[in-house]
Design a binder for this molecule. Structure first.
Ligand code: NAP
Length: 223
């Protein structure tokens, strides 16, 4: 399998890339900085780990990646920003909201679209959008407005891509990794290995696996 992971220089993305590499898969380990990608690729080891600079907000980076990447089976849209616990929807800074959407929504949108030729050519294509239970409308309350709104929209994108790509055999799902002890999640969350496992489940689905779903640890979450 050939996989690409965004935001793979730290946190859950790094662990997902490490696990895929340890299992012998080819991994495009991407990060906002070339050094971040190269250093992480060297640190995690693996048979074929290819570091690549990829800022998901950059049309140039995405275009270059789509041009340079040959085959690809699995795209893991992991990169995200702005878990804005300091904001409320009623008073949110809309520039912060827009900035979050640029990475958390338009990033996966831009990249997935650009890599469709590779995914369509794959025998077992998968797209995993790393979302959050914070996007569940069923349990939606107040707070983290930039983050929650961007992930709700990412979930909607997941449904649309899944529907539009079903006939191409591309399985597109949203996953929540759970509360994970990373820079974003902070102390007290579960180990990064467990969060990564929730993501990897959707990356390695069988051909008759689900598409257009929202899962944590392989179990459906309420939209
Ligand atoms: P993290 O530790 O903050 O790491 C975020 C990663 O995204 C970093 O590698 C960061 O790169 C990268 N990134 C940010 N903006 C980018 C851009 N424009 N282009 C490319 N990469 C970019 O976060 P995490 O906890 O591992 O979260 C990973 C995913 O899980 C996210 O989608 C997050 O929303 C989701 N999630 C996390 C939790 C949790 O409790 N941790 C819970 C639910 C969902 P830099 O190093 O350059 O900043």
């Amino acid at each position: 399998m050939i996989a690409l992971v965004t935001g793979a220089n730290r946190g859950i993305g790094r662990e997902v890339a490490r696990r895929l590499a340890a299992e012998g898969h080819t991994v495009y380990l991407t990060a906002r900085s070339a050094k971040g990608a190269a250093d992480t690729a060297a640190a995690i080891g693996g048979r074929d780990v290819r570091p690549l600079r990829l800022d998901v907000t950059s049309d140039d980076d995405v275009t270059t990646a789509a041009r340079d990447i040959g085959a690809l089976d699995v795209l893991i849209n992991n990169a995200a920003i702005t878990y804005d616990t300091w904001q409320r929807a009623v008073s949110a800074d809309l520039d912060v909201v827009r900035e979050a959407a640029e990475t958390n929504l338009y990033g996966p949108w831009r990249l997935t679209r650009a890599l469709l030729p590779q995914l369509r050519a794959s025998a077992h294509p998968r797209v995993v959008n790393v979302s959050s239970e914070a996007a569940s409308l069923t349990s939606m309350g107040g707070g983290t407005p930039a983050y929650s709104a961007s992930k709700v929209a990412l979930n909607a994108l997941t449904r649309m891509f899944a529907a539009e790509l079903r006939s191409d055999g591309i399985l597109v799902n949203a996953v929540c990794p759970g509360w994970v002890a990373t820079d974003m999640g902070g102390a007290g969350g579960r180990p990064v290995e467990e969060g990564a496992a929730s993501v990897l489940w959707a990356a390695t689905l069988p051909d008759d696996g689900p598409t257009g779903g929202f899962f944590r640890d392989g179990r459906p979450l309420p939209w």
